[in-house]
Ligand binder design. Sequence first.
Ligand SMILES: Nc1ncnc2c1ncn2[C@@H]1O[C@H](COP(=O)(O)OP(=O)(O)OP(=O)(O)O)[C@@H](O)[C@H]1O
Ligand SMILES: [Mg+2]
Length: 421
Amino acid sequence: MMLKSPRKLLGNGKLYAAIDVGTTKVCTLIGLLEDDEIFRIIGVGIGRSLGMRKAVVVDLNQVGDSVRDSVREAEVSSGVRINSAFIGVTGTHISSFNTSSAISIPQDQAVSDKDLQRLMQHAWEMRMSNERQLLHAVPSNYKLDDHSEVQNPVGLHSSRLDSQVHMVTAASHAINNLIKSVRKAGVAAEDIILEPLASGEAVLRPAEKDVGVVVVDIGGGTTDIAVFRNNSVWHTAAIPVAGYQVTRDLAYGLGVSYEEAEALKIKYATMEAERKGKPVPDTVLEMEDNGSIPFREFQDILTARVEEMLELINVELATEDLHRVAPAGIVFTGGTSKLPGMANVGQRVFGLPCRVGVPRNISGLVHMLHDPAFATSVGLLYWGARNSGQELRRMNRPSPLTRMWLSVRRRTPFWKRLFGR
Ligand SMILES: Nc1ncnc2c1ncn2[C@@H]1O[C@H](COP(=O)(O)OP(=O)(O)OP(=O)(O)O)[C@@H](O)[C@H]1O
Ligand SMILES: [Mg+2]
């Protein structure tokens, strides 16, 4: 099919593409950043994800096919072709920690952008084993001499600049498999972004990120957590329990297939006592052998599993003094946060204000996207556009595939790389 030239669509905007390879769905978005604030979504491709387990690639060909279908759909709906895209990653192979970095500033000079780069260079040069790659080094809490909580040090005078840095590392093999499977669909990874950082970018209000807030993206295979504070990143984590495990437990417990259990979950599941908008049946399923599954049995398994999931999140966050670090509370997102009543149960478990977040600041082809399940997909566009290029990036011993990609990257301008095929 002949595809329209992207330039006709552009105006003054910049085009970006993102692929969210989730455990249950793949979503490709092509977005035009019009006035540096709002993405106009011009291409959407959503399909079932095959070959992923707990957010990691377990079958290269299946994931490649799923990504290809989703990319083609987004390309056809937008009329532009994608050469590269921002890709999300998560899973239990991710680890993160806070470290600090400091540099001295020459006398009589104000802090410059170059100094900030120098400061971050320290973090990126940290030695890591060959099995791990550094994904993000996000600075926060700048300190100039003895003055802490400096928002933006550029232009200020000081003899020493300190910063806390949130470092995120990932297993190299998991990253390489992801890059390879996306490559199978003819797309290069423009940047690999930790998914909860993307989700936060999509669903949080600026004031929440400033005072401190937790994003909990409960998807299909993993629950991803990011704590934002002072407009930066404080803590990130991934837990291998989410909607898939709820459905699987319903299937085991009720003796039905996974597909039947998923259908029952979507139809009947709610954590609200009053079950607004949900049926109130005696039985959830009549069996072929004249048996039936009582509603109570279904609800008991559901409640136990969801409460246990929230407890695991609580344990993960136990080291943080959430009332101090995240007074804005918890924003749930991801497909499983669509379970009615999640915010109320969360409030009970965490003792903090809770809400469910959907992607903000999007226009265009959005009828599907105002949905918590697409927080990561939309957020990948935002995080990529806001941070890629500003963030120093150095892969720890790049794989041959990454090296090849980086050499193409150096030779070809970003614009051509993305859409110039
Ligand atoms: N109305 C609903 N009630 C309860 N669960 C729901 C509802 N709608 C979707 N889900 C669940 O949301 C999950 C999918 O969420 P999502 O699309 O965010 O996952 P994903 O991005 O594919 O996976 P991951 O991010 O974990 O790799 C499925 O387990 C699905 O059962
Ligand atoms: Mg997801």
